[in-house]
Design a protein around this ligand. Structure first.
Ligand SMILES: Nc1nc2c(ncn2[C@@H]2O[C@H](COP(=O)(O)OP(=O)(O)O)[C@@H](O)[C@H]2O)c(=O)[nH]1
Ligand SMILES: [Mg+2]
Length: 322
């Protein structure tokens, strides 16, 4: 890639031009080793040029709770406020996620001057590269848009652990599904920054689910003393509560920016990404050369630069080709 081409891609992405965003996504999702040097340059430039205020929100939860519908409602809310939004939807189970999202896009009906970009990823064509590809896509979209949404199924069960991709994690549940107890047992309620009981239009059942969640959280509060995750009743279908969700995300954003939490999360995310790339490429053989997974992880934490820089440095230190 010539330096003019690189400049054109970076400028185009930062201006939010769909065609150049799509081209850049294609380049950064390429899993061939020979694509790496270009990706390093491209992602490094994009990270440098990203406005620090641009935020990444993860929407996660069981299938069918209304994550995609809620994403559409949230995108509509933000766009009406004059903000631009990018979205990555990761669906490890469905080959139809692309089609489903197109449905959402139709529901969204963005006007020509509204900046919305949606990318869906299914596992069938990604194999083990899904998580790194998702992370790379997030870097691209974050450079382009005020908000980037990442929709994933489940929490801590899917290949992409959303808490290592997003700055703010929203756990979406639906009334009376019995998921609450399961999540509590799995310790998963410690992950979200905001909890949503979607399908609030279902009435009393929704209210009792919210009450259950609130009482669980009051016994086992999140791991961050300065932020108590709100539990919001939302109907993605009628739009009720969507503005409150947007306000909670804005507030969480302020909390992140005013504390060390944002840089801590970005560091966790960079290390997770570098580790994934390294394990995919070199497996346990590579990890053993650096003294095992834990030693590799702590080494990765000390290396600066983008995730791809960290990956290359790990490879160099292991005496392997990056
Ligand atoms: N009653 C009600 N149904 C909803 C709401 N949000 C989504 N749904 C429905 O729930 C089903 C699953 O929605 P979807 O967004 O695909 O869920 P996802 O699998 O979590 O992405 C669809 O039939 C939606 O129409 C809501 O707020 N209220
Ligand atoms: Mg969905």
């Amino acid at each position: 890639m010539t330096s003019q081409k690189l400049d054109a891609l970076v400028d185009g992405v930062c201006r939010g031009e769909s065609a150049l965003i799509a081209e850049t996504l294609g380049r950064v999702e390429d899993t061939r080793p020979e694509a790496l040097p270009q990706q390093r340059t491209l992602l490094g430039r994009l990270e440098n040029e990203t406005v620090p205020e641009h935020g990444v929100v993860g929407l996660t939860g069981p299938p069918g709770v209304g994550k995609s519908t809620l994403a559409a409602a949230l995108i509509r809310h933000w766009v009406d406020e004059g903000l631009s939004v990018g979205m990555v939807a990761v669906d490890p189970t469905s080959r139809r996620s692309g089609g489903a999202l197109l449905g959402d896009r139709a529901r969204l009906r963005p006007k020509p001057d509204e900046r919305v970009f949606i990318r869906s990823m299914a596992t069938h064509d990604q194999l083990g590269g899904l998580a790194p590809a998702t992370r790379a896509a997030v870097v691209v979209l974050r450079a382009a848009f005020n908000w980037t949404l990442v929709e994933t199924v489940g929490v801590g069960q899917s290949e992409v652990d959303v808490e290592t991709v997003a700055d703010s994690v929203v756990l979406v549940l639906q009334p009376g599904s019995g998921d609450t107890l399961q999540f509590m047992k799995a310790g998963i309620l410690e992950i979200p920054d905001v909890l949503v009981v979607n399908k609030w239009d279902l009435g009393a059942l929704a209210q009792s689910t919210r009450a259950d969640l609130e009482s669980i959280l009051s016994i086992a509060p999140g791991s961050r003393p300065e932020w108590s995750p709100p539990v919001l009743g939302v109907s993605a279908q009628t739009g009720e509560g969507v503005a409150k969700l947007a306000a909670a995300l804005r507030e969480h954003r302020s909390y992140l920016e005013g504390s060390k939490e944002l840089s801590r999360r970005r560091c966790t995310s960079r290390v997770a990404w570098a580790m994934e790339l390294f394990s995919l490429r070199y497996g346990t053989y590579g990890l053993e050369r650096l003294g095992g997974p834990e030693a590799t992880r702590s080494l990765a934490t000390e290396i600066s630069g983008t995730a791809l820089d960290v990956f290359s440095e790990l490879a160099t230190r292991a005496g392997l080709p990056a």
